[in-house]
Design a protein around this ligand. Structure first.
Ligand code: WQD
Length: 333
């Protein structure tokens, strides 16, 4: 299939582009480079031995998006483009609502206009709010703690209403848990600008000596060792989950968790990282981070039963690949 991948130079988008091409699909990337860089395109071309069509476009720009749809016969879209920093979204809510909602609406309007009916949407486990674990797709959603999470809830609702109005649409909403790790080549990985918000890139930068020590945000949660529990999934598993979802897409709206079904605490991840890579990660317990929940992990039976997909890579694989990428990344001083 000929697939438009918005945000295709970003962390999850770029890994999904690799899986799509390796499975025989043609890919066109639209990315405004607001949270990614052009060098990722060269790495994608060398990993996949291809010359991927790239457009530096802001997905909220309907004129440019329509020209792209006019110039290319698309079979479907995978929509990653959006801001995703939870903390920043509480400081700049209008930026998040404008960008994340308008990009989804603009893309969906172009799909309707040009009769492109297959739409895979990048959603997040954040939409569950502080529900009881494991999170199931049939659960009613609780309020999220931040505007970023609300944009995902609203994005899902926009697409659900689109399908109600036009049942020919084939929409899949993928709710990611905590993607970590990197492509085994060490060429692609999570490279946040500035101080990392997320746990794994912070760990790898401490291991590399770029940052002094990891601050563990609280050890008084009602969990196995008091630290936050999350469902970490290898980004390559997440990418392959997108391809499986796309290849099995059908009319209506279908919601799937993309996780492993396993909960891992912060201290457990640190220990696994240290043992896998034979390196120490100095850390200090500090107070809880605003907006964090104690536990978040998936019930993954639905996607396995309906699509036959499940995550295959281990926590050790995630730690090994994340560290390999960090070591391969030149630190510009
Ligand atoms: C994981 C655990 C922290 C950093 C967020 C978004 C989610 C998705 C992934 C976009 C928690 C602890 C973290 C640190 C720490 N993003 N931690 N020290 O918050 O589960 O999910 O990122 O789609 O939508 O909500 O991920 O990696 O920030 O935190 O102790 O320096 O690690 O408290 O328990 P999170 P995270």
């Amino acid at each position: 299939m000929n697939i438009l991948v918005t945000g295709g130079l970003g962390y999850i988008g770029s890994h999904t582009v690799v899986s799509l091409i390796e499975t025989g699909h043609k890919v066109i990337i639209a990315d405004n480079l607001s949270n990614s860089n052009k060098e990722v395109l060269d790495k994608l071309n060398s990993i996949t031995n291809s010359n991927i069509l790239f457009y530096q476009i802001d997905v909220t720009d309907s004129d440019k998006i329509n020209i792209l749809f006019e110039q290319h016969k698309l079979d479907g879209v995978i929509h990653f483009a959006g801001y995703k920093a939870v903390g920043e979204s509480t400081l700049k809510p209008l930026k998040y609502y404008y960008n994340n909602l308008l990009s989804t609406i603009t893309l969906a309007k172009a799909c309707k206009k040009y009769n492109v009916k297959k739409f895979v949407f990048s959603s997040s486990a954040t939409v569950y709010g502080d529900n009881n674990v494991p999170f199931k797709e049939t659960m009613s959603l609780l309020p999220t703690t931040n505007p970023y999470g609300e944009t995902k809830v609203m994005g899902e609702r926009i697409l659900q209403d689109l399908v109600k109005s036009d049942p020919e649409f084939e929409v899949t909403l993928l709710r990611y848990f905590n993607p970590i790790g990197a492509h085994p080549s060490g060429l692609l990985g999570e490279k946040p600008n500035g101080i990392p918000n997320n746990l794994m890139p912070y760990i790898t930068q401490v291991a590399k000596g770029k940052l002094k020590e990891l601050h563990v945000f609280g050890n008084d949660y009602p969990t196995i060792d008091g630290t936050g529990v999350r469902d970490y999934i290898h980004v390559m598993d997440l990418a392959e989950g997108h391809v499986a979802a796309l290849e099995n897409i059908k009319q209506g709206v279908h919601i799937y968790n993309l996780g492993t079904g396993n909960g891992t605490s912060v201290l457990q991840l640190i220990t696994t990282f240290e043992k896998t890579n034979n390196i120490k990660v100095p850390y200090r317990i500090v107070e809880r981070r605003q907006g964090d929940i104690a536990s978040c992990y998936a019930d993954v039976t639905k996607i396995e039963t309906e699509i036959g997909w499940y995550a295959k890579r281990t926590l050790e694989d995630m730690c090994k690949d994340a560290w390999h990428f960090e070591k391969s990344t030149v630190t510009l001083v």
